[in-house]
Design a protein around this ligand. Structure first.
Ligand code: AMP
Length: 114
């Protein structure tokens, strides 16, 4: 989608600090980090949110999670613990409507989330 910020990052039209890329997935630093480590892991294909997925996306969704774990190991946040978040819909706080997983670590987090 031409007007989607994350599609433009996938296409290279908007710069981002890419940490991982393969044929289907990219990961890059969040521009407004909420923790010492805050990385976004996204599919290259435009999907609005988790609610836009179906059975045929199972492999892609698994790949996204595996990339989250890889990023967490590379960024040194496994020992302290980390959180993977998929805000889905407006009341959950989703502001960019291209599916993405937040990988957050490097500080303690509260539960339940705000
Ligand atoms: P959410 O609120 O779950 O939709 O998360 C969207 C995230 O995208 C926010 O944490 C933003 O800081 C981040 N974000 C928005 N635009 C960019 C961008 N151009 N580069 C990196 N991160 C971005």
């Amino acid at each position: 989608m031409a007007e989607c910020i994350f599609c433009q990052i996938v296409e290279g039209a908007i710069p981002a600090k890419k940490l991982y890329e393969d044929d289907h997935v990219i990961a890059f630093d969040d521009m407004n980090p909420q923790a010492r480590v805050h990385v976004l892991v996204i599919p290259k294909r435009h999907l609005v949110s988790l609610d836009d997925t179906q059975d045929s996306d199972s492999v892609l969704l698994g790949k996204l999670m595996v990339v989250c774990a890889k990023i967490a190991r590379e960024r040194g946040i496994v020992d302290g613990g980390y959180r993977v978040v998929a805000n889905t819909g407006r009341e959950a706080g989703q502001s960019v409507f291209h599916l993405h997983l937040h990988v957050l670590g490097g500080r303690p987090f509260a539960w339940p989330p705000g």
